[in-house]
Design a binder for this molecule. Structure first.
Ligand code: FE
Length: 289
């Protein structure tokens, strides 16, 4: 007997300012929801007014986590201490494993169309906190699409039917789907029992529990445990990201862009920054996935 996942909690976005003064809506990492193991943060950034985002995120450190940026519109340039540099545009995904430490900048570009996208933080287990930094950057046209019965799903990570996601080899075994449903269309999707899962509805509305109650955007939907989810769009259709992952069940010690297991490891990160030894290098102990 398979169990259908239902709604555990509905959460409204919290308006915050981060980076050098970027206005964004925060869904995870708020007083309402500190984290949903292994997901540490979810932001929906962007605006049609460049003053809300143009200050961007000048150079800053990360350690112990993965940061995942998915663009809906506009452009963000990035550059880091591993020598990576580029621009991500609408539909592109950047899955960055910060691991043992890197510094990077993420700077939005002022475009006529404005800016919109998501940043998700995925935790790393204790054994991979100090791993070598790694990028998986995939352009929009390389992200596989699943289409059936009024559902169009961009499969960023995980699998839908026989369509394999673009991003692979991530410890949390994540599903990250960008789902667009036509009016009244249904989408049923298996999610591994025991994995934590959420949907963020950012366009239209959808029924997540066959109750006839439609969740209107913008809203974060935390799902109960189970084997699958069944979602039906309202009469104006729906668009949402559907994300799930394996919980780590480890202690979480966080301070800004560092997420470790203990406070001592956070102090070490700050000390390393001050000593100029923060950035991961081959000279340090090599930990591989
Ligand atoms: Fe960052």
């Amino acid at each position: 007997m398979k169990t259908q996942r239902k709604i555990k909690q509905l959460i409204n976005p919290t308006a915050v300012s981060d980076g050098a003064g970027v206005k964004l809506n925060r869904l995870i990492a708020t007083p309402t929801l500190d984290y949903l193991d292994p997901f540490l943060l979810l932001d929906h950034f962007g605006s049609d007014n460049k003053d809300d985002y143009i200050a961007g995120f000048p150079e800053h450190p990360h350690r112990g986590i993965e940061t995942v940026t998915y663009m809906l519109k506009g452009k963000v340039t990035h550059r880091d201490t591993m020598g990576n540099e580029g621009t991500i545009s609408a539909g592109d995904i950047q899955w960055m494993t910060a691991g043992g430490g890197l510094m990077h900048e993420e700077m939005p570009v002022a475009e006529e169309e404005g800016l919109s996208g998501f940043q998700l933080w995925v935790n790393l287990p204790k054994k991979l906190k100090m791993t070598k930094p790694r990028y998986q950057e995939i352009k929009a046209d390389k992200i596989p699409v699943y289409e059936k019965n009024g559902a169009k799903v961009k499969v960023i990570a995980g699998e839908v039917g026989d369509v394999q996601g673009a991003v692979t080899e991530i410890y949390a075994e994540p599903n990250y789907l960008d789902v667009t449903l036509e009016a009244n269309a249904e989408f049923t999707h298996p999610i591994a029992l025991g994995h934590n899962a959420f949907a963020y509805v950012f366009d239209g509305s959808a029924d997540f529990d066959e109750s006839g109650n439609f969740v209107a955007n913008p809203k974060l939907v935390i799902l109960t445990d189970g084997d699958f989810v069944k979602i039906k769009a309202g009469e104006n259709g729906a668009r949402f990201i559907l994300v799930s992952g394996k919980p780590l069940n480890e202690p979480v010690a966080r301070y800004g862009p560092f997420v470790m297991n203990t406070r001592a490891e956070l102090y070490q990160a700050i000390e390393d920054l001050q000593n100029g030894t923060f950035v991961w290098s081959e000279k340090k102990e090599v930990v591989t996935i």
